[in-house]
Design a protein around this ligand. Structure first.
Ligand code: 7PJ
Length: 361
């Protein structure tokens, strides 16, 4: 599916903490304490794309031909507040902490230790300010091997159960497999996170719909093993948009309401550096999908490509910069390894953007 017109909010500024100060207020951005005054309009006809920046007035009043309905719908979707996610208000950026459950080759403590370590790690992240814990037992890193379903269940279920009993943080499960979705939901998971946007497992759409849980739909091109070998796009920003819009429509057709969906442009998944930074620059575009957005750039390879940091543990500063780029464009969920550092950065950003420390209380 391809549209003829796409709207991207530009000229985004923090909404004043005191609304009385607002003179020209622009439009609110996706329920965030942000406003936008202009939009970039991309018009696409086949392989031809033209982009220009217009005021909100022009965006509303001009005749955009067969794109008119999409333009009006986009403006509405861009400015509407988002519903709560499993009870969590999405009126500011929320931190999702990453809990990887993969065998620890350095420990001979066995399977019990593996689960206990992951649970302890998750509890620490919640303490540090993660409001969502993302539990993953299948590495989907570029080049990673396939993990059989029994092994993935063995890794994630005890961790979901253990965390469910010990924290109020929301729990998401990072999986592409229908059976893992079902069993995780039964064990108390609150959110499904599928890097294949319910395309990898033919039964996943049904499992997701039956669970009734919110679902994160991530864009990826190709299979994790080979995806970064030769990714191809005609326009990466718009192609990712079309893909996510298509997946939202597929979910709606399967009976999953839009209010349960979250999108994610999938940094590092079938994307070269120039694709990743183009998407980072245009994140606000994806608010036109009318659902909350997640950004996952934490410790990813693009930081190494940009700044020569081969060891992922040394990529915290770059990860924080990426988190702030997301926050400034209204991203509602930031998926990170380094929760305390991200919280500190977001707090400084929020208070200074609003011009008031009161937004933190
Ligand atoms: C992502 C993910 C991401 C979502 C991974 C890694 C690779 N899920 N799972 N978004 N990345 N939604 O963390 O480096 O970016 S695994």
């Amino acid at each position: 599916m391809q549209r003829s017109i796409y709207l991207r909010p530009v000229g985004i500024f923090p909404a004043p903490a005191d609304p009385d100060e607002a003179t020209f207020a622009g439009l609110p951005l996706a329920g965030q304490p942000l406003r936008f005054t202009t939009v970039e309009i991309a018009e696409r006809g086949g392989s031809r794309i033209s982009r220009r920046i217009v005021t909100l007035g022009d965006a509303v009043e001009r005749d955009w031909g067969r794109g008119t309905i999409d333009a009006a719908r986009d403006l509405e979707a861009l400015s509407a507040p988002r519903p709560r996610l499993a009870g969590l208000a999405l009126d500011r950026p929320r931190i999702m902490g990453i809990v990887n459950v993969t065998p620890d080759s350095f420990s001979d403590g066995g399977q019990h230790d593996e689960a206990q370590n992951a649970i302890a790690h998750g509890l620490r992240l919640a303490e540090e300010g993660a409001e969502i814990l993302d539990i993953g037992g299948e590495s989907t890193r570029p080049g990673a091997d396939y993990v059989p379903v029994e092994e993935e269940l063995r890794r994630v279920l005890p961790v979901i159960e253990g965390l469910r009993a010990r924290t109020d943080a929301l729990i998401s499960v990072d999986t592409r497999k229908a059976e893992v979705m079902r069993r995780a939901a039964a064990a108390g998971a609150d959110i499904l996170n599928d890097v294949s946007a319910l395309t990898h497992d033919p039964d996943a759409m049904t499992a997701a719909a039956e669970s009734g849980l919110p679902i994160i739909l991530m864009h990826a091109q190709g299979d994790p093993r080979t995806m970064n070998d030769n990714p191809q796009y005609s326009d990466v920003v718009l192609d990712v948009f079309d893909y996510l819009e298509g997946r939202i429509l597929a979910c709606e057709a399967a009976g999953i309401p839009r209010a349960k969906l979250i999108t994610d442009p999938g940094i590092g998944f079938g994307k070269h550096l120039h694709h990743n930074v183009a998407v980072m620059a245009a994140l606000s575009q994806y608010h036109a999908l009318g659902v909350p957005m997640l950004l996952g750039a934490s410790r990813k390879k693009l930081i190494d490509h940009i700044s020569d940091v081969p060891n992922p543990r040394d990529r915290v500063p770059g990860s924080l910069a990426a988190a702030l780029v997301g926050a400034a464009q209204g991203v509602q969920i930031i998926r990170v390894h380094d929760v305390a550092a991200t919280r500190q950065a977001l707090n400084v950003w929020r208070a200074s953007a609003a011009g008031s420390e009161k937004v933190l209380s």
